[in-house]
Each structure stands twice: as C-alpha cells, then as structure tokens.
Design a protein around this ligand. Structure first.
Ligand SMILES: Cc1ncc(COP(=O)(O)O)c(C=O)c1O
Length: 338
C-alpha cells in the first residue's frame, strides 16, 4: 500500500537525482576545508541569499543555535516571537548553549511588529540585560508569511539600536514564493540567516547558515565545538545542491496543492478553515462537528495508508513533493467516509 505522509515536509525522501548525485559526489575532509562539494554548496548558498559566506550544518536547530551563540555573550537578551521555533522547539538550547535571556513578543499571527520591538529593546538602565539579537522567523511555523515591510522596519530598528538580526528561514524559499519576491529581498533584512535543505527541498539532511565572513568564521569554530565538523559530508552537500538549484523552483506546486486541499476540505462541509491563511504548504483546520471522534481518526487514516500528526482539535496537513493532487483527492474521500 502506498503511504501518503502529511505530517510535515521534513518527511520528504531524496529524489532519484539526489540519490545519483550522492552516490557519485566528489568528497574530501571538510574540517580541513577540502571537500569540493561542500565548498561548492556553501559558495552557491551564500550567493543565493546575498551574504559573504555560508556554512553547511546538520540541522536547522544547529544553524539557529550557532547563530545565536555566535551573536551573543552570556546574559545578553534575544528578542523573538513567543511561538518561535528557537524558543518552543529547540529543547531550551538558548539557555544551555548561549546562556542568554529570551524576551518574547506575542502577536495573533506570530509576527513581530515595529512598535512591539521598540518596547522590547532594553534601555541602558544598570538593571537591564543587553538586547543583542532580534530573531525573526519567515515563513512561520503557523504557515503564515511575514510581510516584507515588517521585516524591513524591524531590521532598521534593530540595526539602529545595535542588535544583530537573525532570520530563522527553515522555510525561507516558501516565504519568497508566497511573497513573490527574490529570496535576497528577504535576506537583506537580516545579518544571519538559517535555511533548511531537508524540508520541502527534499535533501535528506542539512541546513545552511549564512552571514558575513567574520560571523561564519566564528560560527564554523562553534560548529566544531559542538561536534559538528562533518568530514566527507560532501555526499550530503551533493543532494543539497540539487535542493537549491532545482527543487527550490517547484515549491509553488506544494503551495497550489495546499490551496487545493484546503478548498476540497471546505467543499466537504466537514471542516472550518480560513483559506486566506493557506500561504505556504500548510493547511490548518478544525472539524465542525463538536462530537467528531478525534481518538480514532489518525488510526483510521493510517490503516488506509495516510500518516498525520494526531494533534487536535486543530489538525495540520502539509503538502510536499511526494504528495500529488490525486493523493489529496484520495485523502479527502477517506475523510468523507470516516
Ligand atoms: C521554523 C523552523 N525552524 C527551525 C527548524 C529546525 O530544523 P531541524 O528540524 O532541521 O532542526 C524547524 C523544523 O521544522 C522549523 O520549522
């Protein structure tokens, strides 16, 4: 039985082209700096986001945490969204690795607005910590995309007040597609950016951290400190190059499929969702029926080959390269027959 996996875009398997490229990759010892495929990936990635340098890291979490660690001193304060990945989903790493304080901002869409940012930046009062980093996320984990003008204004305020700006761009290319802008239009409003190769872009492993030469030099040393010096990781970088050169260009299909899924769910009359909120490859919805049997729902789908996260009342279905329109038709039919 075919499996349709809607849990996340992190479940994407590498494509055949990636498997071939990995098998044939030219590799070297990256800690010595002589893995040609990693060097090519880092150069290409830096150019794509218009930064001086880039670093290949095993995961988005490591990329984010390296950035924060490299930008801060112990006791500094990082300003970020209350639901941001760096706060909620990175195991409290900021406390462990950076020893930094976190000041969170709440917003209905999880955006950060300039007015909120201004209020959150500390003064020179002797009692207060140094505000040293603003960390934004785009696209957000809630499936929304922060408008470019908010990023610009936040960046300018942060810059004026001496804060570094980090961008958690795990789904940076989805955000650029949704906003219909170049990815460098987004990354001009940050000092460092992390983006993932392993989500909708289908690479099996890996993320990129990009920024200035000096920043990446220090982040590379911190990566070594964390045990992230990866030797012949050019095998992985080979898939990463295909992710950036080819798979990036098809992300709009996942967004279209998410809208298609959302519309079909709405047409079923069973769910409630806001179609305006479907901005990338994620569909969030609730069942209208207050007696809906959530307990058996995910098991029922699984028995029919469909994997979802059993988090309710609000479900999240994610589209990606391995989910077709026919798969979506199949899933919605299954739901109608539940
Ligand atoms: C917004 C965001 N940032 C960071 C990450 C971390 O990436 P990884 O799972 O590669 O550590 C994720 C993972 O889903 C994410 O959604």
């Amino acid at each position: 039985m075919k499996t349709i996996d809607l849990r996340s875009d992190t479940v994407t398997q590498p494509t055949q082209a990636m498997r071939n490229a990995m098998a044939n990759a030219e590799v070297g010892d990256d800690v010595y700096g002589d893995d040609p495929t990693i060097n090519e990936l880092e150069t290409y990635a830096a150019q794509l986001v218009n930064k001086e340098a880039a670093l290949f890291v095993p995961s988005g979490t490591m990329g984010n945490q390296l950035a924060l660690m490299t930008h801060t001193q112990r006791g500094d304060e990082i300003i970020t969204g209350a639901h941001s990945h760096i706060v909620i989903h990175e195991v409290g790493a900021i406390a462990v690795l950076s020893g930094a304080n976190v000041r969170t901002i709440s917003h209905p869409d999880d955006f950060i607005t300039p007015a909120q940012l201004i209020r959150a930046i500390r003064s020179n009062d002797i009692h207060e910590p140094y505000s040293s980093v603003l960390s934004m996320e785009n696209a957000l984990s809630n499936g929304k995309v922060m408008p470019l003008n908010l990023m610009k204004e936040n960046f300018e305020i942060a810059d004026k007040n001496g804060l570094f700006v980090h961008l958690d761009g795990a789904r940076l290319f989805n955000a650029a597609v949704a906003l219909n802008v170049e990815v460098s239009d987004l990354t001009q409003y940050c000092d460092s950016v992390m983006f993932c190769l392993s989500k909708g872009l289908c690479a099996p492993i890996g993320s990129i951290l990009a920024g200035s030469q000096d920043f990446i030099h220090r982040a590379r040393k911190n990566r070594k400190l964390l045990g992230g010096g990866m030797r012949q990781a050019g095998f992985l970088a080979a898939a990463g190059l295909i992710a950036l050169k080819e798979m990036r260009l098809r992300l709009h299909e996942d967004h279209e499929n998410a809208k298609y899924l959302a519309q079909k769910l709405l047409d079923s009359g069973l769910v409630t969702l806001n179609i305006e909120d479907v901005q990338i490859n994620m569909v969030f919805f609730d069942f209208i029926d207050s007696h809906f049997n959530h307990d058996d729902f995910s098991d029922y789908l699984l028995k029919n080959g469909v994997k979802i996260n059993p988090d309710f009342p609000t479900y999240r279905f994610v589209t990606h390269y391995w989910v077709s329109k026919e798969d979506i038709d199949f899933v919605v039919d299954l739901i109608k027959h539940y």
